[in-house]
Ligand binder design. Structure first.
Ligand SMILES: [Zn+2]
Length: 267
């Protein structure tokens, strides 16, 4: 009796925590209050920066900041137009270029973005970089970090609250966060984004890049380059973001929708 009562309460709790994802409207399971996810994200990002070599003042570093700001403005416009700016409450946008041969990039919850120098030969130019940053920022905007962290807490710690997990198992919980937020390469654990998350990040990402004035076709070209990339080693970025023909086909299918938002930059 008591058990079934608890199940009903848990079910109700889960129902109440299901929020729709922007654009696709899919209901997602976020068990963790957004404020807690953001403070965990900001702490993890600061630790990450402390243990990394941040590039400052170069043309590439300036390009990362410029693309980040342009996409941030597009994201803000997107939510303003939908009268839903509160979706971005608590965001503290930041973009950094990291000196590292790893082929990687990520955006943690709240808009904390890192691009590794190792991915620049594959992004090739500013539009290619906008494709990667648009995709990563879309993961952050669609709250995929919270959803992945909720799933990891359920699997690893039986679904206890984040604050409880942090006080009982701080080290493990922080590692789970890095894995959930796509930073796992640093701790040797890479958790691929699900196909559902990838599709959402692709669609939202090319919408944001188009609104920011970058031709969304560059995203298709970038993923084609990733797909063709030869060599025995799978780059970190491909471990978390598998590239296959299905992704490219689905991007092509969504392209006309994204093109409606595209106004080339004046410069
Ligand atoms: Zn992704």
């Amino acid at each position: 009796m008591r058990k079934s009562f608890m199940l009903i309460i848990t079910g109700l709790f889960i129902f109440l925590q299901c929020a729709p994802v922007p654009v696709t409207g899919r209901k997602q399971l976020n068990l963790i209050p957004e404020s807690q996810i953001l403070s965990l994200s900001y702490e993890s990002y600061d630790n990450f920066l402390d243990s990394s070599k941040v590039v400052k003042g170069t043309a590439d570093a300036e390009m990362v900041t410029r693309v980040g700001r342009n996409i941030q403005m597009a994201v803000e416009q997107y939510f303003r137009e939908r009268r839903n700016l509160s979706h971005l409450r608590g965001f503290q946008w930041e973009y950094n270029l990291i000196q590292d041969t790893l082929v990687n990039a990520f955006a943690m919850p709240g808009g904390k973005v890192a691009v590794f120098t190792g991915i620049l030969p594959l992004t090739m130019n500013e539009e290619g970089l906008a494709a990667v940053m648009g995709h990563e920022i879309a993961h952050a905007v669609a709250n995929h970090g919270n959803e992945r962290m909720s799933q990891l807490l359920l699997m690893q710690l039986g679904g206890i609250a984040l604050s409880e997990a942090l006080s009982s198992q701080p080290q493990l919980t922080k590692q789970l966060a890095l894995t959930a937020f796509g930073v796992g390469a640093q701790i040797g654990v890479l958790l691929p984004y699900s196909r559902v998350h990838e599709k959402e990040a692709d669609q939202l990402g090319i919408t944001f890049m188009a609104m920011a004035g970058y031709n969304p076709e560059a995203a298709i070209e970038f993923w084609q380059r990733m797909q063709k990339r030869e060599g025995p080693e799978v780059p970190e970025f491909l471990s978390t973001h598998p590239s296959d023909q299905a992704r490219i086909e689905s991007l092509k299918e969504y392209l006309p929708e994204a093109m409606k938002h595209y106004k080339p930059r004046a410069e």
